[in-house]
Design a protein around this ligand. Sequence first.
Ligand SMILES: C[S@@+](CC[C@H](N)C(=O)[O-])C[C@H]1O[C@@H](n2cnc3c(N)ncnc32)[C@H](O)[C@@H]1O
Length: 339
Amino acid sequence: MADVEKRPDTVRLQRISKAFWESAALMSAVELGVFTVLASGNNTIETAANAMGIEAINAERLLVALTAMDLVTRDGKTFSNAPDVDRFLVEGQPSYAGPWMLFGKPRWQGWGELTERLKTPVSEQRILGMYDETFTVERARTYHEATYSIGMGAARRFHKQVDLSARKKIMDLGGGSGCYCIVGAQKHPGLKGEVLDLAPVVEVTNEFLSQNGVTAQVTASVCNFTQDPLPTDADVAIMASNLPQYNREIIAGIVQRVFDALEPGGEFHLIGEMINPAGDGPLAPALWGLSEAVNHSTGLAHSTLDCIGYFENAGFVDVAEVEFIPDTLTRVTGYKPGA
Ligand SMILES: C[S@@+](CC[C@H](N)C(=O)[O-])C[C@H]1O[C@@H](n2cnc3c(N)ncnc32)[C@H](O)[C@@H]1O
């Protein structure tokens, strides 16, 4: 008998329309420390409730939801963490990424106003988007506690893929916590780094550099990379995780300015949330692009092809794309001719 084509139903639509309930459950779980509590052996509703300082009914609500989300598993009266949760969401471990799970929370209200923000005229967009006068040192510190908790892993991955042992200096555009320079300096004692970022961030960058003992090799400078001069003594440039914050014209201009500033023979690695050339995914970069409507910036999701074009138009050669974090970050790399 021929297959009867399945009639569309509302299951998928219902799930997506309430997906923010899941986000809220995960973020509250991190804030209440439930995964840390379970790992410490307080793994029944009553003992977990006590350890979190909430009432049993609320611990039950949360644990049942987290179980249905496959973040914890249940065996009768006891609950335990799923393997990824155990590795990344138990506080006190070096791989703890709880702050990164809370990274989007300051924009919770903004996402709730997405419709209004999508109706905002282009003339009201700001080049620096969310980095306005409300982006204080305090906010930058919370923001980069989050990026650091995930960025050090990304930086280690980068330095495993890319050998900078023969290079002398990295300029890191929008380097934030400085993670790419920190790992580079730890791996190559002769390598220097200069983290370029906005004024409130640079104060925080210096804290991370001190904490990691790399201040003899890595410095941080105030630089708005969309307009300020870039250092001219670097043979490596990195720009990671800020691509969707700017429109095509601005990114093309930045890539050109990096090309002009790099030493001949230098290399540029643009690590960004890029969509595919067909423009139909992956989902994470597409949503990073949408989030720029929330931030009132000019930004959007750039494709891998767009980025390769920015590099080639600027004069870079041997331009190549490499998947960096599957379905999330792609690395486009190019070299400045001459040496
Ligand atoms: C999401 S964070 C990424 C930080 C770091 N690259 C990483 O991968 O962990 C984006 C960073 O870019 C910086 N940034 C954005 N626009 C900038 C600009 N125009 N000039 C300098 N820094 C900028 C922000 O202040 C922030 O520190």
